[in-house]
Design a protein around this ligand. Structure first.
Ligand code: AP5
Length: 224
């Protein structure tokens, strides 16, 4: 099984993707997380991606596709894969359609999370994350037990460089211009596009995703 999560910045792709991957014991391939990890480790890819990310622009397709291909080839074929933040442009979606058959897979469904822009801005302004544990919090909706400190790692939480208001506005523009056209691309493909209201409590969003996927792909039966 391969499921693609689509949606604007801050809608909850990472939050929901992590919950679903854990529940189903799937691999989750989140290109934003991989790029932030590359930056933290100071790799060549991290250095190349830095400037684009901090400006709210997309990292060039060639770098992203090479990174995804490498990860995908290393994944065990028996597990499901959830893509979060990839593909994000038409060339990336076309590249994915070329790469997946090489590892005996195809896109089985697309989860499209939606929420109004004011909700996205509020969520992003409250987001904090732990570079050490990778856990994401929200000072308004999902705070840590001790202010500013990760419950798991016990180290300070940080605000993402690209979460400042001007950059968020640019990221939303880039989403509308380059990523939203993928909805039409997948609507015209055999993979069902499952439209989910992301403006609900986290558990409710997860339940909506599970129900839609179960109906579209009969996941319950496939797990047994
Ligand atoms: P990336 O990291 O993928 O960022 P994004 O797509 O902009 O998405 P976000 O991480 O901002 O949001 P999310 O939808 O995951 O929301 P989250 O669950 O955290 O990409 C960053 C950058 O990397 C890009 O701008 C680009 O430069 C580069 N990049 C990455 N992939 C690329 C690609 N394929 N091609 C080219 N460049 C690429 O939730 C947000 C907050 O809200 C959290 O605090 C969370 O706790 C809270 N929250 C979530 N759900 C709820 C809820 N239901 N109720 C209340 N709060 C909630």
């Amino acid at each position: 099984m391969v499921v693609v999560f689509l949606g604007p910045p801050g809608v909850g792709k990472g939050t929901q993707g992590a919950m679903l991957a854990e529940a189903l014991d799937w691999d989750r391939l989140a290109t934003g997380d991989l790029l932030r990890e590359a930056r933290r480790r100071g790799t060549e890819l991290g250095r190349q991606a830095e400037e684009y990310m901090d400006a709210g622009e997309l990292v060039p397709d060639s770098l992203i596709v090479a990174m995804v291909r490498e990860r995908l080839e290393a994944m065990p074929a028996r597990r499901g894969v959830l893509f979060d933040g990839f593909p994000r442009t038409l060339p990336q979606a076309e590249a994915l359609d070329e790469v997946l058959p090489e590892v005996d897979r195809k896109v089985d469904a697309v989860v499209l999370l939606e929420a109004p822009d004011e909700v996205l801005h509020k969520r992003i302004s409250g987001r904090r994350h732990s570079p050490e544990s990778g856990r994401v919090y929200n000072i308004y909706f999902d705070p840590p037990e001790q202010e500013g400190i990760c419950d798991e790692a016990g180290t300070p939480l940080v605000h993402r460089e690209d979460d400042h208001p001007d950059t968020v506005t640019r990221r939303l523009e880039v989403y509308r211009e380059l990523t939203e056209p993928l909805v039409d691309f997948y609507d015209a493909s055999p993979a069902p596009v499952l439209r989910i209201d992301g403006n609900q409590e986290m558990d409710e969003v997860q339940a909506s995703i599970r129900q839609a996927l179960d109906e579209a792909l009969d996941l319950g039966a496939k797990r047994e």
